[in-house]
Design a protein around this ligand. Structure first.
Ligand SMILES: Cc1cc2nc3c(=O)[nH]c(=O)nc-3n(C[C@H](O)[C@H](O)[C@H](O)COP(=O)(O)OP(=O)(O)OC[C@H]3O[C@@H](n4cnc5c(N)ncnc54)[C@H](O)[C@@H]3O)c2cc1C
Length: 396
């Protein structure tokens, strides 16, 4: 059901329907991909969570309410992968710059290396000799979604069998995914390549694909299973999380596609706008982000009782000047294209970047690998008053 409409109402309805499966059924079935239209054991809500039509906190609360901490542990951990990756990149913003310059350098290579360009084009058209890979290319382009296990296989085949540059693969995902996310995508591709956890790469095995696609595919003899991890510099050490701004007084609220349901506390919101940030990507991905923002704006308009202005980075400063407010408040845009656009467009604008308690609690903890982070999930849930009793059961 990877075509859940890009609205909060649709996401909540789907979430309610999926809630009974967030416990042991999820733990048992989440790695299997029975194919488009057949999936029952994963939520397919990543695009809605990524744009925050629904939040990580809402999803985790529902899982706990339905199943308790022990049975919902696996599902909750998966949701925390998103927060972990976001925190990891937020503490190391240079990794995003590094990725962008790698994409640019690889694209320049394509311009001069006809052989590489040909192999790259064949892969992006789904015209390799590997049937499963070709099917996933078509699914990605048609639906803007791939199952998590498929994303791992896809990236592994791209890097180690097709021997294409990892950054171009990550860029291809960002182009088509409705949940395209700078942190989860870049760092997951790095993880598959063996440069996120240096020396540990993800080797794709044909029998694994056969088993977890319910025998739909068997690429026996087609994959390079003797590959070595890529040799690139490891992630830099973490910096510290920049402080969020405290928003007070009479403000205008500026929403964007990184968080479409934010509402500042302790403020009098008197005006509203949505900022559209264009980026080069497929229509499906762009339309999802725009529609999610429209839905968020419609809810905020109903709450405020006045219509929202629709802005581009070029029209932000003039709109901000015309508001009779103490400040413009915007939800924190994590490292990525929205934050980049805001940084340029908001120069001279009294813009306060507010952050959800969820992010402020999780992100500073993403200093090393996921496992030490995972061990802190019970503490995080307690600190956020989400699961005060979960501690004894969780994280074993
Ligand atoms: C190479 C690669 C690239 C990826 N690129 C992206 C991306 O651009 N955007 C993106 O949102 N996710 C990305 N992921 C993570 C993950 O594959 C998707 O979030 C996942 O497929 C979501 O499907 P779902 O909603 O059905 O997940 P479910 O299994 O139902 O999980 C529930 C929620 O937990 C979160 N989640 C689950 N697994 C992960 C994970 N491994 N990492 C981060 N969050 C997770 C998602 O918010 C998801 O909606 C990538 C993974 C890999 C291996």
């Amino acid at each position: 059901m990877s075509n859940i409409p890009p609205t909060r109402a649709a996401a909540l309805a789907h979430l309610e329907a999926f809630a009974p499966r967030m416990g042991r059924l999820y733990a048992a079935g989440r790695n299997t991909d029975p194919g488009p239209g057949q999936r029952q054991d994963v939520s397919e809500l990543s695009a809605h969570i990524r744009h925050r039509l629904i939040t990580e906190e809402e999803v985790v609360r529902l899982a706990l309410a339905h199943h308790g901490a022990e049975a919902a542990e696996k599902f909750i951990q998966e949701v925390f992968w998103r927060s972990y990756w976001k925190g990891f990149l937020e503490l190391r913003p240079s990794m995003w710059r590094h990725f962008e310059s790698k994409v640019a350098a690889d694209q320049a290579r394509l311009a001069t290396d006809a052989l590489l360009r040909g192999r790259h084009e064949m892969a992006m058209m789904g015209l390799t000799g590997i049937e499963c890979f070709n099917a996933w290319v078509h699914e990605l382009k048609e639906t803007g979604y791939l199952h998590n296990h498929v994303r791992m296989w896809f990236a592994g085949i791209w890097i180690f069998t097709l021997k294409l540059p990892w950054a171009l693969g990550a860029d291809f995902f960002l182009h088509h995914l409705k949940d395209a996310d700078p942190a989860s995508n870049t760092l997951s591709w790095r993880w598959v390549a063996g440069i996120q956890t240096p020396g540990k790469h993800y080797v794709v095995r044909p029998e694994n694909i056969e088993r977890y696609t319910n025998d739909r595919f068997n690429p026996e003899g087609e994959l390079d299973v003797c590959c070595e991890p890529l040799n690139e510099p490891p992630p830099p050490p973490p910096g510290s999380l920049p402080p969020a701004d405290a928003a007070r007084g009479r403000v205008a609220l500026l929403l964007h596609s990184d968080d479409v349901t934010f509402w500042p506390e302790r403020c009098e919101v008197v005006a509203l706008a949505g900022l559209s940030v264009a980026r080069p990507c497929a229509d499906g991905a762009a339309n999802f982000a725009e529609a999610a923002l429209e839905d968020g704006l419609a809810m905020a308009e109903a709450r405020l009782g006045t219509p929202a202005a629709r802005l581009t980075p070029g029209s932000l400063a003039a709109w901000a000047m015309a508001q009779d407010v103490d400040a413009i408040v915007t939800p924190w845009a994590p490292v990525g294209w929205v934050a980049d656009a805001l940084a340029v467009a908001a120069s001279g604008v009294p813009l306060l970047r507010a952050r959800r308690a969820w992010d402020s609690t999780c992100w500073p903890l993403a200093r090393a690998g996921f496992f030490p982070f995972k061990d802190k999930i019970p503490t995080i849930l307690q600190e956020l008053s989400i699961a005060p009793d979960a501690l004894p059961l969780f994280g074993r």
